[in-house]
Structure formats: C-alpha cells, structure tokens
Design a binder for this molecule. Structure first.
Ligand SMILES: [Fe+2]
Length: 163
C-alpha cells in the first residue's frame, strides 16, 4: 500500500482533508472522512473480488481515498465536488514521488472514477461503477439519527444492510 500511503501523506491531500474535516465538524449528516473513505475502498475491493475483476488493489483504494477530496470547494464555492476533486486528485497523482507513481493509464482510471462517482453514466468504466455503487452502499442510513432530515432520495437510502 506504499502508493496509497503516499497519497495520504501528500501535503495537498492533507490540506484539503483537514479543511473538509473542519467544515464538517458540526454536520449532522454523512461526513467524508477516513471512516467513509475506507468503507468505500473496502466495499469496492470486495465487490471487485466477488465479480472476479482484476483491478489493482492500490488503484481501487486510491480512487476511494480521493473521491471526496473536492468536497470543501463544494461547501465554500459551490463547485461540484466530482469536478474539483478530479482537478485536485490530478495534481496529487501527478506529484507523487517517483517510487509511488501510478501509471498514466491508472491515473486516467482513477480520475474517470472520481468524475463519475455521483451519477452513473450509461456505460461506465469498471472502477467508475464500483466507486459509485460502493459510495452509496457505504452509508448506514438505517442507523443514522439524521436520516429523517437527510436530502437523499428515499429510494437511495439504505434502510437495510447492503451486501
Ligand atoms: Fe463518498
């Protein structure tokens, strides 16, 4: 997981992560910190294994770790976070140390998945679909005290455990 931890340690990642943490500290609804990011990573990789996909584990974790990194700009400047997140993720992925670099094809896969994680396109790429599905499946709406006030569509809420 050397490449994933290089993302985690990246100063740009740390800066946006903590900016978001501060903005969400009093948020009653879902937050977008490590717990959520790792839930998404693990669900996506489990689904990948169940489906017999051959995605690289670090590529799956990198996409999950980065997918909400633009959220602070959505709160502050109303920029959709899949758009700003893609720009920030490209900067991070483009400036990792050489020993932790992702290939051009892997970077493209990750950025496409981030860009598509909020609305599923007609013919999504594999990682894009897994990220979208895992992001939604990760939320435990059935145990959330803020669920009645949550703006998610009723049919999107997880009223039961998702397998
Ligand atoms: Fe998310």
């Amino acid at each position: 997981m050397e490449r994933v931890n290089a993302i985690l340690r990246h100063p740009v990642y740390q800066s946006y992560y903590h900016r978001l943490e501060k903005l969400e500290q009093d948020r009653p609804f879902c937050r977008h910190q490590a717990g959520h990011l790792l839930d998404v990573a693990r669900i996506a990789y489990i689904r990948c294994l169940e489906e017999g996909c051959s995605l690289d584990k670090e590529v799956v974790y990198a996409a999950a770790l980065l997918h909400d990194i633009g959220k602070s700009l959505q709160y502050e400047q109303k920029i959709p976070h899949e758009i700003s997140g893609c720009v920030i993720a490209a900067e991070i992925l483009g400036t990792l140390p050489p020993e932790a670099a992702f290939s051009e094809a892997e970077k493209e896969q990750i950025l496409t998945a981030i860009r598509g994680h909020r609305r599923l396109r007609k013919e999504p790429e594999l990682l894009e679909r897994l990220l979208y599905e895992s992001d939604k499946a990760s939320r435990a709406c059935f145990a959330c005290p803020a669920e009645p006030e949550c703006s998610w569509d009723e049919e999107k809420k997880n009223k039961e455990i998702q397998l």
